[in-house]
Write a protein that binds this ligand. Structure first.
Ligand code: GLC
Length: 749
């Protein structure tokens, strides 16, 4: 026994010696905040400042002397960007950094499925982790205010509630890998034209009700460890160092304890960057994408200039330490967490995830009995037409561009899927963007075709004639002026003469399916001529397999539009009021003032308030089966603050095949003292049902869901009065309503 006790004592002595020798910041048994303070106390002024700015294009310094690692950031929201050289945008040409491209975030939003959002975040987080990245520069959650915005494909649509619900599981999934999500672009970056000089003018009500909720949810519900400031200005301050957005709202009202990262080139002033909430400066002297100069990182605004102000006593170490605490906290959450998983890259699970997200996000807009195709009889011939059937879409579009292991084209997907049942023939139909290179990543495709438009159309019509089905695959692409960062579209229409071609195909064959690949709404003058229309988004690596599985009926589409498809731009508030893209100041400042006069009336909120019937409404999406809704029932006729109303609605699969329906709940304030939208999305649930099966879908409504933001009180207010819940299959397809009274009035911060 003595021996055992003495060996225990020796062991304890050894541990004591170890713990005595192990500094607190390296002792993982200690709480993070203690480790932060200990590390801070050991750092020199130079080490502290060095942590606050980039040391290379995508990395920032650690503290080598203390064994605190540097941070590596990576784009983007849809996949992990290829390695670049130390100070370059062009890819470094590695051979082991190809990735899986997951579908664009508009597709994720179109799934209306938070579980899929978690799968997305987990998968992309694993790829980032495996590639040794600590901060994923995504997801983007800027609200879809105009269908012309070149970066809408990177975001989650027009509704703040949908984006708020979908961003949280994505953030959590990423961060479970010990990789920080960096939610962007905070805030009010809703178009790309003049993105560095646009000063957004907006009332607090629209700011808090429409443009901030998804960021707030990412921080307060998702626990986001970092946020990226946007390029634009708000209240005449650049968003990357904006006292209102960063100090007052993000860090003040929301209690954000993470790191504010600038967008690349979004920092413009040292005193503002010190005082207005910026914690890490990246990409200065660039426009975020191309223009670079000798990126002398010591000259960054938060580098030598900051040290100089500190030395002159013009900046205090209190603000400095506050920034460094946040960066150290991020370190202990990522680079210094030795329990982090190891991640994985291009795994079968990631391919399956990419395919599943795509399959669930594809939206069936119209179907006059054409889909799913039926090629049971011998000699079935399917004609595929359009450039987007063959064009790689993972390269280009700006910082979200990727180098993929492979990308399955829609044509290849259809050929593989139909190889035993149909002859698949192809015609180009039109030539749009034959290029295929971005920052040194090349698609390797030769899409050059010098035939005339007439020749191309004639060939396509001839190919379509007599086929059992015609699948037109077109839409937009990632070229400038299409769905691409740093540019917006010039109009709502499809480019390259597609409309005329689609009409010609419809005349040649009534079994025409139009597959629109885009990140934005487009005009469809041929909408009544096509037998079926699919909105297919940018689906990434598994694009062709996802599209083919829906067209062949292996997957019953269940996606719903996360944005309104308007009939014309004039039906959109930003354009009806002519405030987009803004008015240049004539004071030599290059600032362009853009007044969000549409206020809270964005998307369906505008369309309904102004009687603008959309081409396809927000929340719209068909299925290969049908769903019947029963009567919506509320469990109480009135509620007070702190109580909830339970809404129940039975939904039945009244068709012949299994399917999933996104049941949507909207709330209307029937007695508001202020102007409010006709209705607002405040709940949704995706339910899978077998033929004939019925499920009760329930929602719980509390006062938050009934409230509006009152700028005078600077608080959310729920007024007494009658409210109506509207349950339906889209914002314009309400199946049942119920009313109840709110009998209390309350304001909450
Ligand atoms: C770009 C983008 C941002 C991206 C960053 C790094 O300009 O605005 O989304 O993460 O720079 O590439």
């Amino acid at each position: 026994m003595k021996k055992i006790i003495s060996s225990i004592l020796v062991g304890m002595a050894g541990m004591t010696a170890l713990s005595a020798a192990t500094p607190v910041y390296l002792d993982e048994s200690k709480p993070i905040e203690e480790r932060v303070e200990d590390a801070l106390s050991r750092m020199t002024l130079e080490e502290k400042v060095a942590m606050l700015h980039a040391q290379s294009k995508f990395s920032s310094a650690g503290v080598p002397r203390l064994g605190i690692p540097e941070f590596w950031t990576t784009d983007g929201p849809h996949g992990i960007r290829p390695e670049v050289l130390w100070d370059e945008w062009r890819q470094a040409g590695w051979t082991n950094d190809s990735c899986v491209a997951f579908p664009a975030l508009t597709c994720l939003a179109a799934t209306w499925n938070p579980e899929v959002a978690h799968l997305y975040g987990k998968s992309i987080g694993e790829e980032a982790r495996y590639r040794g990245k600590d901060i994923l520069l995504g997801p983007g959650v800027n609200i879809y205010r105009t269908p012309l915005n070149g970066r809408n494909f990177e975001y989650m649509g027009e509704d703040p509630y949908l984006a708020s619900v979908m961003v949280v599981p994505y953030v959590k999934g990423v961060q479970e890998n010990g990789v920080a999500a960096c939610v962007k672009h905070y805030a009010l970056n809703n178009h790309e034209v003049n993105r560095h000089t646009t000063n957004v003018i907006i009332d607090d009500r629209a700011l808090y009700e429409i443009y901030l909720p998804a960021f707030k949810a990412a921080v307060q519900d998702g626990g986001a460890w970092s946020i990226m400031g946007s390029y634009n200005l708000y209240k005449d301050q650049h968003a990357c160092h904006n006292s209102y957005l960063l100090n007052d709202i993000l860090k003040g009202e929301w209690g954000f304890d993470g790191v504010v990262v600038s967008d690349w080139g979004g920092t413009h002033d040292t005193p503002e960057a010190i005082a207005n909430g910026l914690d890490m400066e990246f990409g200065s002297w660039t426009n975020g994408l191309t223009n670079g100069s000798s990126n002398a990182y010591d000259n960054y605004y938060l580098a030598t200039p900051y040290l100089k102000l500190l030395a002159e006593g013009k900046a205090d170490t209190k603000q400095l330490d506050e920034k460094v605490r946040r960066v150290l906290r991020l370190a202990f959450r990522t680079t210094m967490d030795r329990t982090r998983p190891y991640g994985s890259l291009c795994s079968p699970e990631h391919l399956e995830a990419a395919r599943k997200i795509g399959q669930e996000g594809i939206v069936l807009l119209k179907n006059k009995g054409v889909l799913p195709i039926n090629c049971t009889k011998p000699g079935c011939r399917v004609a595929v037409v359009g450039e987007n059937a063959i064009k790689m879409m993972t390269v280009g579009g700006g910082s979200s561009s990727l180098k993929v292991k492979f990308e399955k084209s829609p044509l290849d997907g259809l050929r593989d899927r139909l190889k035993d049942v149909a002859e698949v023939v192809y015609a180009r139909g039109y030539v749009g963007d034959p290029t295929g290179e971005y920052n040194g990543v090349v698609t390797g495709q030769n899409l050059n075709d010098d035939r005339s438009a007439a020749e191309l159309m004639a060939e396509a019509v001839e190919t379509a004639r007599g086929a059992d089905y015609v699948i037109f695959i077109g839409g937009l692409n990632k070229a400038a002026g299409q769905d691409c960062e740093d540019s917006d579209r010039a109009g709502l229409g499809l480019p390259y003469g597609q409309d005329e071609l689609i009409s010609a195909l419809a005349k040649a064959n009534k079994n025409l399916v139009v597959v629109n690949i885009s990140g934005n709404a487009v005009a469809m003058p041929w909408v009544n001529e096509a037998g079926a229309i699919l909105q297919a988004w940018y689906l990434g690596t598994e694009c062709g397999n996802a599209i083919a599985s829906v067209i062949a009926g292996d997957v019953n589409p269940s996606g719903k539009l996360p944005m309104t498809f308007p009939k014309s731009l004039e039906d959109v508030g930003a354009h009806a009021l002519a405030t987009y893209p803004g008015t240049p100041r004539n004071d030599g400042s290059k600032v362009v003032d853009c007044s969000y006069d549409d206020g809270i009336f964005v998307g369906y909120r505008w369309a309904e308030a102004n009687g603008k019937e959309p081409l396809f409404p927000f929340g719209h999406g068909l299925s290969y089966t049908t769903f019947k809704y029963g009567k919506a029932n509320v469990d109480k006729s009135s509620m007070a603050a702190g109580e909830k109303v339970k809404v129940t609605v039975p939904v039945t699969n009244s068709g012949k095949c299994e399917g999933a329906e996104v049941v949507q709940l909207y709330v209307s304030d029937l007695q508001a003292s202020v102007e409010r939208p006709r209705k607002e999305l405040k709940g949704f649930e995706k339910v899978s049902l077998k033929p004939g099966e019925t499920k009760d879908v329930t929602f719980e409504i509390d006062a938050d869901a009934l409230s509006f933001f009152d700028p005078a009180l600077h608080a959310w207010v729920c007024e007494p009065g009658t409210f109506e819940v509207q349950v339906g299959a889209s914002s314009a397809d309400i199946r049942s309503k119920a009313r109840f009274d709110y009998v209390d009035s309350y304001a909450l911060k």
